[in-house]
Write a protein that binds this ligand. Structure first.
Ligand SMILES: Nc1ncnc2c1ncn2[C@@H]1O[C@H](COP(=O)(O)OP(=O)(O)OP(=O)(O)O)[C@@H](O)[C@H]1O
Ligand SMILES: [Mg+2]
Length: 157
C-alpha cells in the first residue's frame, strides 16, 4: 500500500489538474483531507478547484471567520470545508460541536489542522504544501488510513 507521494505543481493549472484527478476517486466521498502550509500557499485555492471538479458551482470562500462552510455537489455529496486557523484551544472542537460534523459521512476538508489539536481524527490524506516559486508549489501527500492509501494507489496505478 502506498503511504506518500511528492508532487510539483508548477502553476495553478497543475493544482486544478490534481484536484480533478482526486475528484474522480470514489473513496473521496467519505474522507477527511487536511491541508497544511503557510498563509497563501493555496489551501483554499485547492479546495475551490476540488469543489469545482465535483460540480459545486456556488462561491467557495475561505471559512476563516465561520470555521466551517457547508457545500453539496449536484449528486448530493455533502462537503464540509473547515478552517481551524482561529482556534486557540483544541477543546473548541468539542465546544463548537464540530466533532459531530467531522464524523458525518461526506467529504471533509480542513485548513490549518495543526490548530485543531489532537481531537481531529486522523486524516485519510494529509497534504503539506510549500511555496517554491511565484506559482510553484511542492506538495507532500501522506495517507493516514487504508482509505488514503487506496486513493494514492488509484492515483498512481
Ligand atoms: N500552483 C498554485 N496552486 C494554488 N494556488 C496558487 C498557485 N499559484 C498561485 N496561487 C495563488 O496563491 C493564492 C493562494 O491563496 P489561498 O487563499 O488559497 O491560500 P491559503 O493557503 O488558503 O491561505 P490561508 O492560510 O490564509 O487560508 C491564490 O491567490 C492563488 O491564486
Ligand atoms: Mg485559506
Amino acid at each position: 500500500m502506498q503511504q506518500s507521494d511528492h508532487l510539483l505543481w508548477r502553476n495553478e493549472q497543475d493544482t486544478a489538474r490534481y484536484a480533478a484527478r482526486l475528484a474522480r476517486q470514489p473513496a473521496l466521498r467519505n474522507a477527511l483531507i487536511t491541508l497544511q502550509g503557510d498563509f497563501g500557499v493555496g489551501k483554499t485555492a485547492f479546495v475551490r478547484h476540488l469543489l469545482r471538479a465535483l460540480g459545486v458551482t456556488g462561491p467557495v470562500k475561505s471559512p476563516t471567520y465561520a470555521v466551517v462552510e457547508p457545500h453539496e455537489t449536484p449528486d448530493g455529496l455533502p462537503i464540509w470545508h473547515f478552517d481551524f486557523y482561529r482556534f486557540q484551544d483544541p477543546h473548541e472542537l468539542e465546544d463548537a460541536g464540530l466533532r459531530e460534523l467531522l464524523a458525518e459521512n461526506g467529504l471533509k476538508l480542513a485548513e490549518w489542522p495543526e490548530h485543531a489539536g489532537p481531537l481531529l481524527p486522523t486524516a485519510d490524506l494529509a497534504l503539506a504544501i510549500e511555496i517554491t516559486g511565484d506559482t510553484e508549489r511542492r506538495v507532500t501527500v501522506t495517507a493516514g488510513t487504508d482509505t488514503g492509501s487506496a486513493i494514492l494507489c488509484n492515483l498512481n496505478p
